[in-house]
Design a protein. Structure first.
Length: 570
């Protein structure tokens, strides 16, 4: 595979010292802070429950449940390497290799592995290869001494030797930092919080009214803490990815190599996706473990596929760095956005006095020229539209309370919220599926739009080939992969007959459509994974209609009609 331009340089030293970028945060502080917050919230909930219970049995039950959870997680923690070995063997046919075999595939990766393990006094992890051309790498285990480092064959296909070495160094960073141990502890605390929530729910039916009220408050608090804990886990996972990137840059002296590796992994995922009629089960099954979230591969991979220079590739990172939706969606991901990771690695290259792989100075300059009012104004309006159904319910309840009662109709507290909900759905629909001229465009042009939104649909028309289904492992899925000369995008179909219609379409029509040259019209939206909600597909011999707006109108209009019926005839 040919790179679009010559490689940027690397340090002559194999071990360097680099200052962390601000995006990475502080690993020890993030780990200690996250675990302390989780532990503190857990302790507060347990103590609250113990104080509100009149009978000793619920507390004993909670204690037993917590102990079982801890013991179970400890057992799983120490057995996880062997259980994962069995799972990997069964699902992906993982085979274990020697250091000599790795040396034949990537001499620098083997050298880096030996050097780092010797310096850090680590046992060389068990090395595995999965015979799959989708490029990925991941680490699992319980302690550094039981760590496994597994990569796919595609990593050696799409990456050069020095780039493979940086990926191995990144995975070694997870082992050195005990990431799987810390994340297991965080997950255990979150699980126990959920147990507390379930226990508090049960306590609402016991004891005095005072105890029941207290249990209800405790249940609400437990669930809120559980949600907070879940997001803290995701935050901690992202911080640890930054630190693994930093570790790889330091031990290899080659941050540009890891930048290229991340982009070329995305490219490999896109290429393999275009060759396969179904999405890869490997990439879906190892999404949280892998070095890269494959859902975000389409944007970067498509850019690398056709761009003639790294500057053009850098343009697709504008959305990651400057669109507020990017930051919001990143909160729900185990991995940082690719643009932010590459920007950090570019900073490390600059610290070493190296030329950089991607001109982030130009990307940042372009970002500063974006219309901030449009970026943040659209974001605020999109949020209003997203929550419009919920706001409609609240407004309906408020109206039911404050409007003077002119009737004895007891259904007003249902009618008003239903009407508000219906209007909220219709408002949201107008944002998601607006009317407008269908602009002819390309997939890469859409993915390079820094103003794109995951909610606000952009009416577009694309010409390309249908190359496979869009649902991982689903042989009757109704979604499709569309490829044009600039890249690939997933399309989402909606039958007028709902899920049953989607199933029948997937069973009876999708197979015959695959391979067809089509004109697809619909609404583009950019999220972690870009998507086209179909309006219609025009193939040579037929046209397939999709009905996203129909179901939204039916839901919204139905709620309004039912609400009006309750208001006037209830």
């Amino acid at each position: 595979m040919n790179d679009p331009s010559p490689k940027a340089g690397r340090s002559q030293k194999s071990t360097v010292k680099l200052a962390l970028t601000g995006a990475a945060g502080n690993l020890a502080l993030a780990s200690l802070g996250t675990l302390s917050l989780l532990g503190g919230m857990l302790l507060a909930l347990v103590l609250a429950l113990l104080f509100i219970v009149e009978s000793p049995s619920p507390a004993a039950g909670l204690t037993i449940a917590v102990l079982i959870t801890i013991i179970f997680n400890l057992v799983i923690f120490f057995l996880s390497p062997f259980l994962m070995d069995l799972t990997q063997r069964w699902l992906y046919k993982t085979r274990w290799i020697t250091l000599d075999e790795l040396r034949r595939q990537s001499p620098e990766a083997a050298q880096t592995l030996m050097r780092v393990c010797r310096k850090k006094k680590l046992k060389i992890p068990r090395l595995g290869i999965i015979d799959d051309q989708n490029p990925t790498a991941f680490t699992y285990g319980s302690l550094p001494s039981t760590a496994r480092l597994v990569v796919s064959q595609g990593l050696f296909t799409y990456l050069d030797d020095d780039e493979v070495a940086t990926v191995y160094a990144h995975e070694l960073g997870h082992i050195v930092h005990w990431d799987f141990a810390v994340m297991t502890l965080a997950a255990t605390l979150v699980q126990i919080m959920y147990l507390v929530y379930i226990t508090a729910l049960r306590l609402q039916t016991r004891g005095s009214e005072k105890s029941k009220d207290a249990a209800q408050i405790a249940a609400i608090a437990a669930y809120v803490f559980y949600l907070i804990g879940t997001y803290l886990q995701l935050y901690l996972s992202r911080v640890r990815e930054y630190y693994a990137d930093h570790f790889a840059a330091e031990v290899t002296g080659n941050p540009n190599g890891l930048s290229r590796a991340l982009v070329k992994i995305a490219y490999g995922v896109v290429e393999e996706g275009q060759r396969s009629p179904e999405p890869s089960r490997l990439m879906e099954g190892t999404r949280a473990l892998g070095i890269y979230d494959h859902r975000s591969a389409a944007t970067t991979g498509n850019a690398y596929r056709i761009a003639s220079s790294p500057e053009k590739i850098g343009r697709v990172f504008l959305w990651d760095l400057f669109n507020p939706w990017g930051g919001w969606l990143e909160l729900q991901s185990t991995h940082p956005l690719t643009g932010k990771r590459v920007r950090s690695l570019t900073n490390y290259a600059e610290q070493l006095g190296l030329s950089t792989e991607f001109n982030f100075a130009q990307v940042v300059r372009s970002g500063k020229q974006l219309n901030k009012q449009k970026l943040y104004g659209n974001f605020a309006v999109d949020w209003f539209a997203y929550f419009a159904p919920f706001l409609g319910i609240l407004i309906g309840l408020l109206l039911a309370v404050i409007l003077p009662a002119t009737t004895s109709n007891s259904f007003l507290f249902i009618a008003y919220p239903l009407i508000g909900f219906g209007f909220g759905i219709l408002i949201k629909t107008q944002f998601m599926f607006p009317e407008g001229s269908l602009a002819d465009t390309t997939i890469l042009e859409l993915m390079s739009d820094p103003y794109a939104s995951p909610l606000r649909g952009r009416p577009v028309s694309l010409r390309g080939d249908l190359i496979g289904r869009g649902d991982a492992g689903n042989r009757v899925g109704s979604d499709l992969k569309l490829q044009d000369k600039t890249g690939m995008i997933f399309t989402h179909y909606s039958s007028r007959f709902g899920p049953i219609g989607n199933f029948l379409f997937g069973v009876s029509q999708v197979k015959s459509l695959i391979g067809s040259e089509v004109r697809a019209t619909g609404w583009f939206r950019r999220s972690i994974m870009p998507l086209l909600d179909l309006r219609d597909l025009k193939a040579p011999e037929r046209t397939v209609k999709s009905y996203h707006r129909f179901w939204q109108w039916l839901c919204g209009g139905g709620a309004i009609i039912i609400g009006l019926g309750l208001m006037f005839f209830g």
